[in-house]
Design a protein around this ligand. Sequence first.
Ligand code: FPP
Length: 249
Amino acid sequence: MESLLSKLDLNSLPKHISIIMDGNGRWAKKHNKPRVFGHRNGVKAVREVTEASAELGIKYLTLYAFSKENWRRPKAEVNTLMKLFVKTVSEELNTLNENNIKLEAIGDLSSLPEETYKALMKGMQSTRNNDRMTLILALNYSSRWEITKMVRLISEKVRAKSVDIEDIDHQLVTSHLETNKYPDPELMIRTSGEHRISNFLLWQLSYAELVFTDTLWPDFRKENLYKCLLEYQRRERRFGMTGEQLVKS
Ligand code: FPP
């Protein structure tokens, strides 16, 4: 059987993929285990998808790891997740460096627990010169928080008279978002059968293809990513034409 990878057009891959990793809790439930078991197994999927993306030459991969709304979860689950971030970032540092992958993060990082913040800063510092791919963790992130922060930043500049109101355009807005160093994702994947954006990159996903899969995040493997990319390419190949025009050509 022809592999999914060989069906991919390597010349029309997205530069930036963003993923809402969902379904860890349901995966754990299915296995009669506590929710944190799902998160721990979610790390395997993070590893696979990072590796597959780097192999394909994707330049940016953004993973929604913890939203501002996630603080509402039971305290024990939040604590375990925060520790899991520390452990994962520390354990994966060598692999990231060996594979020339830069670690970065977006979100309200300074409000993270000190231990998590420190591990993240250490990871970012140690991988800062890598340039094959940038792995961006959205941590304590939400789009409305980011957009509100952007409005405040620009308003401050207006008050200080370094920006004229007439000069506020979409480029200025983009340059005041957390993601100002990255191109917009062309593809957003959400696992676990939920069809929502959940406060994730609302501005940046304006033109992205949204691909939803029923696979629960801990089961997501390279083949699942290839399937999503094939779906993306199937849609992209319309080149702005209608489906009918494509059938004729
Ligand atoms: C959503 O599933 C998952 C999360 C909120 C946490 C994701 C974190 C990881 C996979 C750990 C990765 C570690 C790093 C360093 C990136 P859910 O709990 O909402 O699942 P449910 O909808 O089935 O309850």
